[in-house]
Design a binder for this molecule. Structure first.
Ligand code: ADP
Ligand code: MG
Length: 481
């Protein structure tokens, strides 16, 4: 039987507020254990939570950016469960009336196409603390620094069919929330964690199969792998005539497998009820419209503008628009040299490779947009071949001055003087009579290949500085004479 994979994703996004969602304790990653948890986060008796206004604002910004219905009235609820890293015995979340309702999102795929998915809801809640298993031999420590970190849980409809779509969604979501500035999106530090709900069904069926939920997958690569192995596990069970147990599973990256954590049927009764210590959040139209007016240009519209305005490919536009600082860099280079296509190629090619090599972000790039634009102008006016341009780029990267400075200091100017090139061609032709005979005897098809020999010789003689287009035109003219 042919199976279809069906997935819905739940993302827990840590919001980049200064303080916790219900207390004034600092919201920062990496402090010494239990130094950033106050009495409210610890769930001390008699403590009262107070909602962080910025967390509410960030949630609304997110909702507006996915064209969602914003809940004019939303309510916090208690989700009751016991876990050692949650000292209150409940989590404050939003169950019945979330702050963000149904929305939609268009995802750019690596092949340049797009596909739409539906967002079910997004709600505010508090993060739990962490159990630390490696600090004391044979014992577990509890670190409550993370307790009370504001989370936005973003839930999708079961609209994903492939791992590639799921990863593309997470990348687009990452790009959206970092562009909005509502989260640092740092997956390695847990700022964006993904639960994957996955089921299989016979191809052509429109009923949903029984699903499992893989908890807290925290990198794009692991999401792809977890989906692969879980789908395979379910397929094996179904093909053996078995049935899938609805449960929560965990992805073990070391062994590349998913393992059962707890069965959903048992863990399901959270006895939600409205949080008595918090008032409902009431949001009016003025607040929404004021916020809407301050939203930055989002990756989707930016991508479209890059395609229309700069004639970039969908693929290049999506990459450049995905990061606010990268997009700004691209626009600065283009403004300064007027060569959008070359700018895109250089930024996504050599510049990105160099940033990766040094493991730094575009905001730490040692080459200013103006400096890169200077290099691009010299390529556009044929002073530099692409090979020489790479050499100049290395110079820019190492801080050896402007493109002009480097070209002059290293004598890298491309030879585009036809008199000089013709002299070189004549010499190579004179020195290689056998190859000339062979060329003249060859048919049209073979000639192109044989001319490569002469190009190679001249490039060598010119130390790579001959203008390749001009050289090839002049050479063919002389050989064909
Ligand atoms: P829960 O309350 O257990 O979290 P929800 O009904 O809210 O369950 O669904 C959670 C996520 O699971 C959503 O993203 C939803 O799209 C997805 N989902 C629900 N049913 C299925 C299914 N049969 N197969 C795949 N995904 C599903
Ligand atoms: Mg869930």
């Amino acid at each position: 039987m042919k199976w279809e994979q069906v997935m819905g994703l739940e993302v827990h996004l840590q919001l980049a507020t200064q303080t916790k969602i219900f207390s004034g304790a600092a919201n920062r990653f990496g402090a010494e254990p239990n130094r950033q948890a106050c009495a409210v986060d610890l769930g001390m008796p008699g403590m009262l939570p107070v909602v962080n206004e910025l967390a509410v604002k960030y949630a609304v910004m997110f909702g507006l950016s996915i064209d969602a219905a914003i809940g004019k009235r939303s309510v916090f609820d208690r989700k009751n469960y016991f876990y050692p890293d949650s000292p209150k015995g409940y989590q404050i979340s939003q169950f019945f009336e979330p702050i963000v309702g149904e929305g939609s999102f268009t995802i750019p795929m690596p092949d340049g196409s797009t596909f739409p998915i539906r967002i079910t809801r997004a709600h505010l809640e508090e993060d739990a603390g962490k159990s630390v298993h490696d600090a004391f031999a044979g014992q577990t420590g509890i670190d409550l620094n993370r307790a009370g970190t504001p989370l936005l849980e973003i839930v999708t409809e079961p609209d994903f069919r492939t791992a590639e779509q799921a990863v593309a969604y997470l990348k687009a979501l990452h790009s959206l929330v970092t562009t909005l500035g509502i989260s640092d999106g740092n997956m390695a530090e847990g700022s964006m964690r993904c639960d994957i709900n996955l089921s299989l069904r016979a191809e052509g069926s429109d009923e949903l199969g029984t699903r499992t939920e893989i908890k807290n997958v925290n990198s794009f690569r692991f999401v792809e792998r977890a989906i692969g192995v879980e789908a395979e596990r379910q397929r094996d069970i179904l093909e053996d005539g078995g049935r899938i147990v609805q449960e929560t599973r965990l992805y073990d990256a070391d062994n590349n497998e998913t393992r059962s954590m707890r069965s959903k049927e048992v863990a399901n009764d959270y006895r939600y009820f409205p949080e008595p210590d918090l008032l409902p959040i009431i949001i009016d139209e003025t607040y929404i419209e004021t916020l809407r007016a301050t939203l930055p240009e989002l990756p989707g519209p930016k991508r479209q503008r890059f395609v229309q305005h700069y004639a970039l490919s969908d693929y290049d536009a999506a990459l450049l628009a995905s990061e606010r600082t990268l997009a700004a860099y691209f626009e600065a280079v283009t403004a300064s040299c007027g060569e959008a296509k070359l700018a895109a190629n250089w930024i996504l090619g050599d510049l990105s490779a160099a940033l990766n090599r040094e493991d730094i972000g575009i905001n730490q790039c040692p080459v200013t947009p103006e400096a890169l634009a200077g290099l691009i102008l010299r390529i556009a006016d044929n002073t530099l071949s692409s090979k020489l341009a790479k050499q100049v780029f290395e110079g820019l990267w190492r801080g050896q001055g402007s493109a002009e400075d480097i070209i002059e200091a290293q004598g890298l100017e491309q030879v585009s003087d036809s008199g000089v090139l013709e002299a070189m061609i004549d010499e190579v032709i004179a020195n290689n009579p056998a190859q000339v005979v062979q060329y003249k005897a060859a048919d049209e098809g073979k000639r192109k290949k044989l001319s490569g020999f002469f190009v190679g010789q001249i490039m060598k003689a010119s130390k790579g500085q001959a203008n390749p287009q001009l050289l090839s035109t002049l050479l063919i003219k002389k050989l064909d004479r």
